[in-house]
Design a protein around this ligand. Structure first.
Ligand code: ATP
Length: 605
């Protein structure tokens, strides 16, 4: 691995500045002298007498930069924030300047493996959040204004593993991160304008009106999806209390505007794109999503993921539920620096679709991107699948660095470099932000410990490239589209009634479906009950018959025995009678055999 990275460093690296040990005079240099991070970083070699790389010079540079911008010109660039993670003993190598938005990294010791570490550097940021700064302030500075201004924005968390990217975006059960706060903010902002049926949907980067049957399918899908989500009612209530204590989000008065909110959640793992909100097949558990790789399509400058599930949500709780479901399906693993490390990049998108009474539909997208931690595979001794993940993570971050560098050199050279966003899935999906069509806010997280010094320099160098970008073209704040179907529909005074009727019709359709389902369930239940009763009755009759049969058998048996006894008694008496008769007859016969026995003969002499 060392060898591989060694070879790469020969070329211009986007994660590592040039090796300062090489004499400046012998370095290859462009015709017009440009340093990779000029203006954003000032470097001072320990023994250098070159005073142009000092903090004061940095201030001068940025002032010049500021003055060169015509305030009337619509130039804008990413906002890059730095957040320092709280640690027990913070390294003394990082100091925040008095002005509060420059991080000065001191030179590390001479024995450092990397020569780059032997320099003092100044990194400027839009804002720096010290380790004491809480989630509220991070949200208020980085995201809140974008949502209130209704600007499309991509918020990207970038940093080394375990530095707090996921914590910043999602937070925990008490310290809500940027995403739960943004959801509360969005639903408060549109509160009474939130439409309860999915009439509009963003399909293949186009806002479309849904037919009733499609709308019904969407509602059924949403119901099934929400049923799969973990129960977060009490957790959501707690977070809501925390958030409402921290911020005073206001509802934006909107007349004749209906707002439909959709969410989607994707993961880029080993350069493959997975949908985190698909319906799991019957046999799969919540934690094991069907892993179907999705295709990214780029059509006339519009980038979208083909077949990505987008779920219609009516409340911040529903959106948070889906976020938690997606989180359960994300690829995490235990690494040397983080027991629960994200091994993939993930993007949670909230699309806000609006239709106005004027007949115009608009769309705002808020993308929250949690990048996997950049990692030193050689130092952490990563092996096997973790190594493959780490290489894939580092490669896609490298491409992101190249894209940012190409965008920033547009400003430096005044020529438009081709931005190589097609070189990775991540940069393809973030294309709109990388081309300046949407706002880009990068939250860079750093663990201020000595042992992460070199990794942190890479991250800070990366951030400084982003900080250097200025987009020439005006930001596309919202995508507008006019739909004739909505013109008539919304222009007349009857429009609102019609809207209400449509809503009722949609509800009616869904209620009818529900009634049909209930009827079907009822019939099925009755059939089952009848079957059970029939069986019970048959069993009962059979039992009765058997008992009766048994009783009758017993009765017959007794009767037979009694008759037998009577018969035997009769037989005995007849026998006795006939025996007596026989005896009499025998006596008579005896008497007849001796006929004169009753005559006494007397003879004379
Ligand atoms: N500002 C902070 N305040 C309090 N705790 C923090 C802060 N930043 C990070 N942590 C804690 O540090 C740990 C690691 O943070 P987290 O998981 O957000 O890192 P990560 O940058 O997303 O890492 P990976 O890239 O490996 O996924 C978590 O337990 C988190 O709660």
């Amino acid at each position: 691995m060392d060898k591989k990275f060694g070879i790469k460093r020969e070329m211009r690296s986007f994660l590592m500045p040039r090796d300062p040990s090489v004499d400046r005079r012998f370095r290859p240099c462009p015709e017009k002298q440009l340093r990779l991070f000029d203006e954003a970083i000032s470097e001072t070699s320990d023994n250098s007498t070159d005073s142009s790389d000092t903090e004061s010079d940095y201030t001068k540079n940025t002032e010049e930069e500021g003055s060169s911008i015509d305030p009337g010109e619509l130039e804008t660039g990413p906002q890059v924030f730095l957040r320092l993670r709280p640690v027990d003993i913070p390294s003394k190598l990082y100091v925040i300047s008095d002005c509060g938005n420059v991080l000065i990294t001191s030179a590390a010791n001479e024995n450092s493996a990397n020569n780059v570490s032997r320099m003092e550097k100044h990194y400027s940021f839009t804002s720096i959040f010290d380790s004491q700064v809480g989630q509220r302030d991070v949200y208020d500075k980085c995201v809140g204004p974008r949502i209130t201004e209704e600007e499309c924005v991509t918020i990207m968390a970038y940093g080394t593993s375990g530095s707090g990217k996921t914590y910043t975006l999602l937070g925990d059960n008490v310290r809500a991160g940027v995403v739960p706060r943004a959801l509360e903010n969005i639903f408060t902002l549109y509160d009474r304008s939130v439409y309860t049926t999915p009439k509009l949907k963003l399909i293949n980067a186009r806002v479309l009106i849904l037919e009733d049957d499609v709308m019904l399918q969407e509602m059924q899908m949403r119901r099934q999806m929400l049923a799969l989500c973990p129960d977060i009612t009490s957790q959501h209530k707690r977070l809501q209390q925390v958030i409402s204590g921290d911020h005073e989000f206001m509802e934006k008065p909107m007349d004749g505007v209906s707002v439909m909110i959709w969410v989607s959640f994707v993961e880029i793992y080993n350069e493959l794109v997975y949908d985190l909100l698909t319906m799991a097949p019957r046999q799969a558990t919540v934690g094991v999503p069907p892993r179907k790789n999705l295709k990214i399509v780029c059509n006339k400058g519009q980038v979208f993921i083909k077949g990505l599930t987008s779920i219609f949500v009516k409340s911040s709780e529903e959106a948070l539920k889906l976020l938690r479901l997606g989180q359960q399906r994300l690829t995490y693993a235990s690494t040397a620096v983080n027991a629960n490390s994200s091994r993939s990049h993930c993007i949670f998108t909230v699309d806000v679709l609006k239709y106005h009474r004027s007949g115009v539909t608009t769309q705002n997208s808020y993308k929250f991107c949690d990048l996997a931690g950049s990692e030193r595979v050689d130092k952490t001794g990563t092996i096997g699948s973790r190594l493959r993940e780490a290489q894939s993570i580092n490669t896609s971050l490298m491409v992101l660095g190249r894209c940012l560098d190409a965008a920033s050199s547009t400003k430096k050279k005044g020529t438009a470099d081709v931005i190589p966003y097609r070189d990775s899935k991540l940069t393809m999906l973030l294309q709109a932000a990388l081309l300046g069509k949407e706002r880009l806010a990068m939250i860079v997280t750093v663990t201020p410990l000595d042992k992460y010094y070199e990794e942190n320099l890479n991250v800070l160098n990366f951030a400084s490239i982003a900080k250097n970008i200025l987009f020439k073209q005006p930001l596309v704040k919202q995508h507008h589209a006019r739909y004739s179907a909505f013109v008539d529909y919304t222009q007349s005074s009857v429009a609102q009634d019609k809207e209400y009727i449509e809503e009722l019709e949609a509800q009616n359709i869904s209620l009818r479906a529900e009634v049909d389902q209930l009827k079907y369930d009822h019939v099925l239940k009755m059939q089952l009950q009848e079957e059970r009763l029939r069986k019970e009755i048959t069993d009962m009759f059979q039992e009765t018959i058997e008992t009766n049969l048994k009783k009758s058998d017993e009765r017959h048996e007794k009767k037979i025995q009694m008759l037998n006894r009577e018969f035997e008694a009769k037989l005995a008496s007849l026998k006795r009678k006939y025996e007596e008769q026989i005896e009499d007859l025998e006596d008579e016969i005896e008497e007849l055999k001796a006929p004169n026995s009753d005559i006494e003969i007397i003879e004379d002499d």
